[in-house]
Design a protein around this ligand. Structure first.
Ligand SMILES: C[S@@+](CC[C@H](N)C(=O)[O-])C[C@H]1O[C@@H](n2cnc3c(N)ncnc32)[C@H](O)[C@@H]1O
Length: 193
């Protein structure tokens, strides 16, 4: 009962902020439990130590990632919506997690602040299709540069715009799947650097 109540509350926080910032948030509902589990599972996080999440929203994907991470791994979640950050800070207590409001376009600063040379895995739910013109390319380049050689970039997206952005840098994706148990159905892509 408590879990149902908190997921209804989380849905309401998400909906309200999606209505207020439609281009930034892009969908009216947070990702389904099936999608977040699938994203965290296929990201293959067992051996990853330095993980970055872009666009955690109300934190459903963050919790799923934390569940798959090892005890000595660290997760930096990058979110620009302060209401979402406040919700995550209230609802997720985990010493392995750092939340930053710097924005996905600031990955060099984010790495430096953590004292990291590079990330092992970057997982992104930010809506590449509705980002301001030019920011989509800037963020993809930043993701590529922030990953270690052999590192992985996972994106879950409604449209395939992200694959057109990523291909010139990463080459063809190494994994693609559509998760239908989500409204709307979502494509999951993985690239390897
Ligand atoms: C589609 S929602 C995904 C939320 C959550 N991960 C989920 O699956 O339910 C996209 C999120 O990306 C965030 N976002 C948009 N632009 C961003 C940026 N430049 N840097 C960081 N986060 C951003 C939005 O505020 C929103 O929380």
């Amino acid at each position: 009962m408590k879990r149902i109540k908190s997921s209804i509350k989380e849905g309401a926080v998400f909906f309200k902020n999606a209505m207020a910032n439609p281009k930034q948030v892009a969908y009216v509902l947070p990702s389904s439990p099936w999608l977040v589990k699938q994203v965290a599972r296929v990201a293959d996080l067992a051996h990853a130590k330095r993980i970055i999440e872009l666009g955690p929203g109300t934190g459903g994907t963050t919790r799923a990632i934390l569940n798959e991470m090892s005890d000595d791994a660290r997760l930096v979640s990058v979110e620009i919506n302060n209401k979402f950050i406040a919700h995550m800070q209230k609802t997720i207590q985990d010493d392995r997690l750092v939340i930053t409001d710097q924005g996905a376009q600031n990955l060099p600063v984010i790495l430096k602040t953590q004292g990291w040379n590079a990330a092992d895995v970057i997982i992104s739910g930010i809506p590449f299709t509705t980002l301001p013109k030019g920011l989509d390319q800037e963020i993809i380049k930043g993701i590529y540069d922030a990953l270690k050689p052999g590192g992985r970039f996972l994106a879950y997206q409604l449209r395939d715009h992200v694959s057109k952005l990523a291909k010139p840098l990463f080459g063809p994706y190494t994994f693609k799947k559509v998760e239908y148990k989500n409204l709307p159905p979502m494509r999951i892509y993985i690239w390897s650097k």
